[in-house]
Design a protein around this ligand. Structure first.
Ligand SMILES: [Zn+2]
Length: 358
């Protein structure tokens, strides 16, 4: 594959694609980067004309719709199946093969309908008024990341084909991708809400939490919600959350977390700037209410750590038991032994195993 270089302009701290239509900078002000992430790491912001942080040539902008060209190893319906696993899910809706999602950019709500016509690209329609181009690009990037379309799954399938635990599910759920929870606050809250209760009750609590504290938006006689902001949650009392049937401890953890986010004591970009996911994981575990399982879960669903592996997860243990037809759930140590061939694909293996339980 051709490697695209990125051009940073030292004076403006903005980086561009070489093909950017903006006026060329003076050569002495130019600095080159291999990747967009590297540019961001050095404090450069992406240009609002050429969108260098978006995968080159992978999005087609048609104004009221945006199209994404996904890799071959992508099956939208497999992903929808996972997203539709609970009808109580309050932050998106799946209806007749399409996915509806409310987002907010620059203080404006944007309602998306995402669908994939047969043999065609992934299509994002804007149901609210057409946003400006820079917002359309951000939406495209959001959806690209949501479905983890940047990851090349070929090596995963090559490995899984020969793996006793993964061989069936890799084939049956071909094209499924990790569905990313972008918002770190949401991912952490979800991890806390879900501790020590079953998934169904976790969804009940999430629904109450979102419907009570999240911003809502009406469209076509339907109501769509945004996940509550740290700002809103930091102002609540423990009793306000307990009323939803969250335990006192969980309520405390969530409010404390909201305060940390509000004060910028914790940000996703700071965690991603750590050189190793292990450092990020340790930092997460310093938060009250975030133990090993929660930190692993957030590394998997939000931070994109390919080796995130919540071996203590009961769902994961049950899924492995099913795949190998074992009499009992394997222990975390046994799971680690089964997973010796999964290096840097532990997160995907786990996600496929979770999918097998739906
Ligand atoms: Zn540019």
């Amino acid at each position: 594959m051709k490697r695209i270089k990125f051009i940073g302009v030292k004076t403006t701290k903005i980086y561009c694609l070489p093909s950017c239509p903006a006026k060329a900078p003076l050569p002495e002000n130019i600095v080159y980067f291999e990747t967009a992430r590297q540019a961001e790491h050095h404090g450069f912001r992406s240009c609002k004309r050429c969108f260098p942080d978006f995968p080159y040539g992978k999005w087609i902008d048609k104004g009221s719709s945006v199209f994404l060209t996904p890799p071959k190893e992508f099956d939208f319906s497999q992903c929808l199946k996972f997203l539709a696993r609970s009808f109580k899910e309050p932050c998106h809706a799946v209806e007749e093969g399409a996915l509806f999602k409310l987002l907010k950019f620059d203080h404006k709500p944007i309602l998306l309908k995402i669908r994939k016509p047969y043999n065609s690209n992934l299509c994002i329609d804007f149901l609210t008024s057409r946003p400006k181009k820079s917002i359309r690009a951000r939406v495209a990037k959001y959806v690209w990341e949501w479905f983890d379309l940047e990851t090349n799954l070929k090596p995963f399938y090559r490995m899984a084909k020969k793996d006793p635990v993964l061989k069936h599910i890799a084939k049956n759920f071909f094209g499924l991708r990790i569905l990313v929870i972008h918002d770190l606050f949401e991912a952490l809250c979800w991890a806390i809400i879900g501790q020590q209760i079953n998934l169904e009750f976790a969804y009940t609590l999430k629904k109450r939490f979102v419907e009570t504290f999240g911003e809502k938006f009406y469209f076509d006689e339907k109501v769509f919600y945004l996940f509550p902001t740290p700002q809103t949650i930091s102002q609540q009392a423990v009793s306000d959350l307990k009323r939803l049937q969250l335990t006192g401890k969980k309520s405390e953890y969530i409010i404390e977390l909201a305060c940390k986010f509000k004060n910028n004591e914790i940000t996703k970009s700071a965690l991603l700037n750590d050189d190793h996911f292990e450092t990020a994981r340790k930092k997460l575990m310093h938060l009250r209410g975030i133990g090993k399982w929660s930190a692993d879960y957030v590394c998997l669903r939000c931070l994109g750590d390919p080796a995130a592996f919540p071996v203590d997860d009961v769902g994961l243990q049950n899924a492995v038991r099913q795949q190998l037809d074992l009499n009992e759930k394997p222990t975390p140590e046994e799971i680690l032994r089964y997973a010796t061939g999964w290096k840097n694909w532990q997160a995907y293996a786990t996600f496929y195993l979770w999918r097998s339980l739906i």
